[in-house]
Design a protein around this ligand. Sequence first.
Ligand code: NCD
Ligand code: ZN
Length: 421
Amino acid sequence: MNLLITGGTVIDSNGGRQADVHIADGHVVETCVPETTIDATGLVVSPGFVDLHTHLREPGKEEAETIETGSRAAALGGYTAIVAMPNTDPTQDCVSVVDFVRRQGITAGLCDVRPSGSITVGRRGTQLTPFAELAAVGVKLFTDDGNGVQDPQLMRRAFEYAKGLGVTMAQHCEVEALTGGAVMHEGDCCSHLGLPGWPALAEELMVHRDIELVRLTGAPAHFLHLSTARSVELVRAAKADGLPITAEATPHHISLTDDLLRSYSAIYKVNPPLRTMDDVDAVRAGLIDGTIDAIATDHAPHVSESKEQPLDQAPPGMVGLETALGVAIGHLDMPLADIVATLSWKPAKIAGLEEAHGRDIEPGSPANLTIFDPDEEWEVVPAMLASKSHNTPFVGVPLKGRTKHTILNGEFTVKDGQATR
Ligand code: NCD
Ligand code: ZN
């Protein structure tokens, strides 16, 4: 398809400018004879978004999400690539499962689905997976997400092994000895409600341990879904020391606080938990000053029957792919180009996808693009989500910014706000 996008504001790592964009043969080109023209007046044209943290639930929990429904939700959110988390059943701990996820992604054709691999077999925390074999089939991020690796000796070996392979360990930071039975952030609200708490310290201790393991081994680390003020401080100091560390924050940790649990609704139960306003402010400040590199959704679909259980039994997690942009623009006091950086080229680099995604919009770049309205104010209606699960906490939260078109390898995956397949 030869496509011309006229009148939009192009935003990439060079900043913003008014420019027309020509696309032919799946790439941005100098000029083309257009078959289709899109009027992008008032819209932003940017490199496609890249999500470092998507739970697609297939294989194993297809009632909550499939690779197809999850990648459709991603495309509608403006994403052209997503990293699939490994806590599937079976676990993404071997080449066959990783290949299955990748192939299902290609079949769906809605988003570039890049499977992560688990750090330990079955995510059980006792035996490392075959990193080299997994790296050879393109796995770049390794994580036991859903759990942190508890054993410091095993984690040291993981970093040492990773270093020679050029892959990155991504940690879900939670010292489980401190969070047993927890349903929400440990603090005033939690004591008032009489519920078991998940202390900030449980995250911070593991952030601290892994920073020291990075210092020891020289291997890179990425911190998933940082949620506390002290975690942000630790990462800021580690980066100032020049350590190869990156970090992400979720849309819900920059917009929602623990007092929402007063409703006793498990829609607000998530790992790590919603924290205090001070933590929200610190995470926002971390994104603004670059301590936190990326916004990652931690899109975690769960069927309504499971989320309707009492707080202690309901699983943690929220969907987020279709609302991330609207939450980010609405809740971050930072220049639009910097917000797009946290959604696109910075996570693309962390995921090792910078050849195909997050590229500057110039001739020769693959046409993986998002066209969005930065000013549209809207409200999410759960039943309208493309995700198979509707466990969003953003009902009634004003959102600002919405995807209009998403282009993957020069073809529309979303056109006029509708998925094309
Ligand atoms: C995630 C899930 O449901 O898989 N849940 C969550 O609350 N974030 C796991 C995770 O990212 O830790
Ligand atoms: Zn996690």
